[in-house]
Design a protein around this ligand. Structure first.
Ligand code: SF4
Length: 76
């Protein structure tokens, strides 16, 4: 399986990616709420209950279900 995104990866840093949504930077991202996480994001390429899955933004990597980034978009 593909490796998980490293939160220190430059692209992850640029997007404010955190492995745990509760650790998101509230100052930089005032619209963040703790119920937002990869598992309920439109770009998450897995089942809603998958522990991790690919994300459209991170080629060849996986994001954690409980992670979050500033590109979060509510799943339709
Ligand atoms: Fe997670 Fe969505 Fe950001 Fe991808 S775009 S890292 S699925 S919050």
């Amino acid at each position: 399986a593909a490796a998980a995104v490293d939160p220190k990866d430059p692209q992850a840093v640029a997007l404010g990616y955190v492995a745990d949504t509760t650790k998101a930077d509230k100052t930089k991202f005032p619209k963040h709420t703790p119920d937002q996480h990869c598992g309920n994001c439109q770009l998450f390429q897995g089942a809603a209950n998958a522990e991790k899955a690919p994300c459209t933004l991170f080629q060849g990597k996986q994001v954690l279900n409980k992670a979050w980034c500033s590109a979060w978009t509510k799943k339709a």
